[in-house]
Write a protein that binds this ligand. Sequence first.
Ligand code: AMP
Ligand code: ZN
Length: 468
Amino acid sequence: MKIFNTMTRTKEEFVPIREKQVGIYVCGPTVYDYIHIGNARPMIVFDTLRRYLLYKGYDVNYVSNFTDVDDKIIRRAIEEGVSSSEISERYIREVKKDMEDLNVMEATTHPKATEEIPDMIAMIETLIEKGHAYEVNGTVYFRTRSFHEYGKLSGKRIDDLEAGHRQIKVAGEEEKEDSLDFVLWKPKKEGEPSWPSPWGEGRPGWHLECSVMSKKYIGDIIDIHAGGEDLIFPHHENEIAQSEAANEVEFARYWMHNGFLKIDGEKMSKSLGNFFTIRDIGERYPLQVIRFFMLSAHYRSPLNFSDTLVESAKASLERIRNAMTRLEDALHEAEDRDAAQEEEALLSSVRTYVTKYEAAMEDDLNTADAISVIFELVKLANSSITPANARNVIREVYDTIDRLCDILGLQAKAEKEILDSEIEALIEERQTARKAKDFARADEIRNQLAEQGIILEDTREGVKWKRK
Ligand code: AMP
Ligand code: ZN
């Protein structure tokens, strides 16, 4: 598989450190609010990378953190008059709900910054010992110039950065040896969460978290490090400086960055009124449609979100599902017999599409082209498959479309709607259960129907029901 490596700015053949094993670290969200539609892009894109690698037989160790100590979390906690941990725990729960609805697999490990403080302190101590960090009045800084390769990921020259920095003097900067130095540990302020450390009570800097958590859950060298392109500088540059200075080995083999999502061509922002959370969008569209929409563009391209484009994604997904329903119907009617010669030819073109699909995915995760291949298959199914085909031929076409969609985290099988007659039979059964005072069964049926969006109402004239 070829991956575009931000470090070398070229597509490179992916070679894992350990055969058939991949360690992936994806920088996760800061949990102070619901995630927005832009945050969902790296989640969906790198979950798809993981699914493809699993399909290829790799053992994938997927680590993605939650930043649960941060100024934004503290600010929100003060506004609501609750603790920081109450805010972060609440939004971790909500992010996990959104991820589930987006069909993003749970990470192998979802470390939280606040649970890794001892390892963070240990890495800072190593950096101080090696001369890469120093303490002033309870703050520990990374000595940026001590890491000679600083700037290698973002392509920035340290002297240009220095010039930029000199113009923006930040309060408190006087104590730093150099304006380029960044914080590893900051001292406690009144009312903020803090932990004891050799430099006094305080909390870690954001960049340090990822260096520490990736080391603990993957190792000193990670295969793939990923995140949105805004993280290249300074976040990832600083992660490299910390990790390589501390561990003295290359930090990550491949760096992958997704492009940004815009709304109607504009940057998303609260002040422009074009800021959408996944929760808002989920009320307007099934989140499978959002996943399809995100994958219909190459992950490195900028992506524009608009209702027209999402509507078109919705129609495309329906087209796949309609074809699958037709295939299911054909399967029920078809005969069990050997494939005829022309059917063998049809299957061989199906297999060619699978190869084409894999080639697209292997070309730096080109999901846009992979989706086009699925459509070619759908077209073939619609034009060539009828109930007159042998059952195993229909089955192979059906399973292939299903599998190729599943790698993208898309459910191709149309969810069968519960029929009116089935609802009425269940209501009948519930009445019988109630008469027999089997209230447990009666409640179970009510819940089962509720899960399918059927609401029951007990009236004097009997039970009425409606679809939600
Ligand atoms: P944050 O909580 O801001 O650190 O963002 C979490 C992840 O979402 C990071 O990988 C960001 O790069 C990514 N991200 C934030 N905004 C967008 C956007 N508009 N489009 C794509 N990715 C984004
Ligand atoms: Zn990170």
